[in-house]
Design a protein around this ligand. Structure first.
Ligand code: F6P
Length: 537
């Protein structure tokens, strides 16, 4: 029997067994099916995973050679095989570690040198020693998309209590509305524009960068002093006219969606300062050390990954919801969407063979409690089972509003309890008894039944500090890595985004009317005609 068949047999055997019964059978279940590292606690006890399932899941790690792959990643092996690259975002936060060799060269001196340059640039901007045309910088606009936007945008919001630098704004969409609305309130003489693009060719980013340059120069700003670039393509940043002293480079072994730890994090460093940024890096480093050394059954990224594999590949649940009970993590689901879906949304394995099972699931979510008043209805009573990943801090940053935080925590815990416990028909009848009678009572009761037995995991942390955010992001990065290794896929390329980019290029002249739409399919041609009829193009 294959390892996957064994897992499916364990799942089938569990049948409709209630998660609550697992707690009744094992008084120690909450501890036995939780793991901690530092101050983080990951609880996966409210799932159908029992000791046999966990052992069979852990077997997948050894069968996939996870330990060797992990070592290959940390030590600069070419694990991104389709692009022939190492995968070394971990080197960007390797503050206390030793050398990291790529092709016989230690990359750490270069990493630390760039970090030092970022620190002095950030200090100078924050302290006013490096002024813009109109004096000290008041605002920073990061222009980038995907991995050059989602990480810093998410983290600047997440760490708002630590924000003591210039205001930060993020422009990503090529929709002119985005840059127009963002620049509308800003002073071109005191705004720093950061063009963040690994390749420095991404059409959205380059279009927005040119628009920003025109806005800044026409408004009396000094482009030489007020533009910076974050990129692997030094020749292209020079061609755009960016002062090399304001260019922070990185290597192709940093994937876009893994890049916020290095130069792509400059806007975050400007916002919270180099010291807090260091704490963020140290949080990531602490998770690396844990991932590299903890046994599989105590290893948080591994257990998070195995829970994901259990729910998607074994149980067949199509999506997973990420539900941070933390308003400042409201961009985290979008960040995880790129991290997880761009990494593991593949159809072929590393050797090019078609996968014989599902790859990564759909990842989605919103912060609690807002989601409760929107889509939780379906999670509780819909026909699809949606495993939920709750996140919650023990304390907020507003001691004067501790009563808000208590309510937030209570709601988070209530949701995972309700999903597991459910409400039986008898309990529902008791709820409506006295209000209805006979057939109407029965009908009303049925609407109030919750099936329960719905799985969730919870990540609890003391407070959303820079260090904790670093731990959380690295935790999820490694989760993606582990899932990718077990599925045998390359988590570090993204060929699936190419076709749309190519077709957008070919559609440009059709949309502007300089070429005919005759080569296109009927639907595309008709939509182009609609745009032209209504004044577009
Ligand atoms: O389109 C996908 C992608 O290549 C992402 O992987 C990347 O994060 C994003 O585009 C932006 O790329 P760049 O940083 O090169 O502009």
């Amino acid at each position: 029997m294959s390892k996957w068949d064994k897992l499916k047999a364990i799942r089938a055997q569990a049948g409709e067994r209630h998660i609550l019964d697992l707690f009744k059978a094992d008084g120690d279940r909450a501890e036995a099916f939780s793991t901690t590292t530092g101050d983080l606690r990951f609880d996966y006890s409210k799932t159908q995973i029992d000791a046999a399932a966990r052992a069979a899941l852990i077997d997948l790690c050894d069968a996939a050679g996870l330990a060797d792959r992990r070592e290959a990643m940390f030590s600069g092996g070419t694990i991104n095989e389709t692009e022939g690259r190492a995968v070394l975002h971990t080197a960007l936060r390797n503050l206390d570690g030793g050398p990291v060799m790529v092709d016989g060269q230690d990359v750490m001196p270069g990493v630390l040198d760039t970090l030092a340059r970022m620190r002095s640039f950030a200090e100078a901007v924050r302290g006013g020693e490096k002024p813009a045309a109109g004096g000290a910088f008041t605002d920073v606009v990061n222009i980038g998309i995907g991995g050059s936007d989602l990480g810093p945008a998410m983290a600047v919001l997440a760490l708002a209590p630590y924000h003591d630098g210039p205001r930060c704004h993020f422009v990503s969409n090529v929709d002119g509305a985005h840059i127009a609305d963002t620049l509308a309130g800003l002073d071109p003489k005191t705004t720093l524009v950061i063009v963040a693009s690994k390749t420095f060719t991404t059409i959205e980013t380059m279009t927005n960068a040119r628009t920003a340059k025109a806005w800044l120069t026409e408004g009396g700003g000094d482009a030489a002093a007020q533009f910076a670039a974050l990129s692997t393509a030094g020749d292209k940043t020079a061609a755009f006219g960016i002062d090399p002293a304001h260019v922070f480079g990185f290597e192709d072994w940093v994937g876009g969606r893994y890049s916020m730890w290095g130069p792509i994090g400059l806007s975050l460093m400007l916002a919270i300062g180099p010291k807090a940024f260091d704490a963020f890096l140290r949080g990531g480093q602490a998770m690396d050390q844990h991932f590299r050394s903890a046994a599989w059954h105590e290893n948080m990224p591994v257990l998070l990954a195995l829970t994901g594999i259990w729910h998607h590949q074994v149980c067949g649940y199509a999506t997973r919801a990420v539900l941070p009970y933390d308003q400042r993590l409201s961009r985290l689901p979008a960040y995880f969407q790129q991290l997880e879906m761009e990494s593991n949304g593949k159809s072929v394995s590393m050797d090019g063979a078609v996968l014989d099972g599902p790859s990564g699931p759909v990842v989605w979510g919103e912060p609690g409690t807002n989601g409760q008043h929107a889509f939780y209805q379906l999670i509780h009573q819909g026909t699809a089972v949606i495993p939920c990943e709750f996140m919650v801090a023990a304390t907020g940053h507003e001691p004067e509003l501790a009563h808000h935080h208590r309510l937030l925590v209570a709601n988070c815990l209530a949701q995972s309890e309700a999903l597991m416990r459910g409400r039986s028909l008898e309990e529902a009848r008791a709820k409506v008894a006295g209000k209805f009678e006979g057939a109407e009572l029965e009908r009303q009761a049925r609407h109030r039944v919750f099936p329960g037995n719905r799985p969730s995991v919870t990540l609890a942390y003391p407070q959303l500090t820079p260090f904790v955010l670093g731990q959380i992001i690295a935790l999820y990065e490694h989760r993606v890595f582990v899932e990718g290794v077990i599925l045998g896929i390359n988590s570090y390329d993204q060929w699936g985004v190419e076709l749309g980019k190519e077709l957008a290029t070919s559609l440009g002249p059709i949309v502007d009317g300089s070429e005919s739409a005759a080569s296109k399919d009927g639907s595309t041609a008709a939509l182009v005609a609609f745009v032209h009829r209504h004044g577009g193009g």
